[in-house]
Design a protein around this ligand. Structure first.
Ligand code: 5GP
Length: 180
C-alpha cells in the first residue's frame, strides 16, 4: 500500500506513526502510570501547544486521583528550534508538595524540558516525572530521564497529533514526517 502523504503549506509529509500505534502506546503508558502512582495523587502539567492531544488522550485513561493544568512555552520558529524559550501562559497553580508529571509532545534538544523542570524545582514540588510522546535521541543534549516515553524517533521534523508546521497540521490524527 502506498504511504499516506499530506501537504502542509509548502511542504510534503509522509505518514510515520499511525493513529492506532499512537493510541496503543498511550494505553501502555497510562497503565504504567496507573500502576506506579496507585493510591497516590498526581498532577499532570501539559506543555502547550503541542501536547494538548497527547495530554487529553493520556489523561482520559488515568484512573488514579489526578488533576491537570497547562503551561504555554514556545521555542520553535518554522521547522527549527530557536533555542530561546518564551513563556506565554504561566504558572498559577500551587504545586508545592505535589507529585507532578510533565506532559510533553516532543523532546528535541531538551531545552524546553529543562526549563520546565527547573521551574518546578523552585516551586518545591514533591517529585517530578516526565511523559513525552516523542524523543529525538540524536538531538537531545540533556541528561533528564524521560520516565514515560511513547517513541524514539530520528532527527526529522514531524507534524500531526498536536504538532504543527507554522500552526497547521495539529489536527491530523497520526504523525507525519517531512519529505526532504
Ligand atoms: P526542545 O526545547 O526540546 O528543543 O524543543 C521542544 C519543542 O520544540 C517541542 O515542545 C515542540 O514544540 C518543538 N519541536 C521539536 N521538534 C519538533 C518537530 O519535529 N516538529 C514540531 N512540530 N515541533 C517540534
Amino acid at each position: 500500500m502506498a504511504k499516506k502523504e499530506v501537504r502542509i503549506l509548502d511542504k510534503k509529509f509522509s505518514e510515520f506513526i499511525s493513529e492506532i500505534d499512537i493510541q496503543n502506546r498511550i494505553d501502555e503508558i497510562a497503565d504504567q502510570i496507573n500502576k506506579d502512582y496507585e493510591g497516590r495523587e498526581v498532577f499532570f502539567l501539559g506543555v502547550l501547544n503541542g501536547s494538548f492531544m497527547f495530554a487529553a488522550d493520556l489523561f482520559r485513561r488515568i484512573t488514579i486521583d489526578a488533576r491537570i493544568s497547562f503551561i504555554k512555552l514556545a521555542s520553535y520558529v518554522g521547522t527549527s528550534s530557536s533555542g530561546e524559550i518564551k513563556e506565554l501562559i504561566g504558572w498559577n497553580e500551587d504545586l508545592k508538595n505535589k507529585s507532578v508529571i510533565i506532559v510533553e509532545d516532543i523532546v528535541d534538544t531538551g531545552v524546553t524540558l529543562e526549563h520546565t523542570v527547573n521551574n518546578l524545582i523552585i516551586r518545591n514540588v514533591k517529585d517530578i516525572r516526565i511523559a513525552a510522546l516523542l524523543l529525538k535521541p540524536d538531538a537531545y543534549t540533556k541528561d533528564i530521564k524521560i520516565d514515560y516515553l511513547g517513541f524514539s524517533i530520528p532527527n526529522d521534523f514531524v507534524v500531526g497529533y498536536g504538532l504543527d508546521y507554522d500552526g497547521f497540521g495539529r489536527n491530523v490524527p497520526s504523525i507525519y514526517k517531512l519529505v526532504k
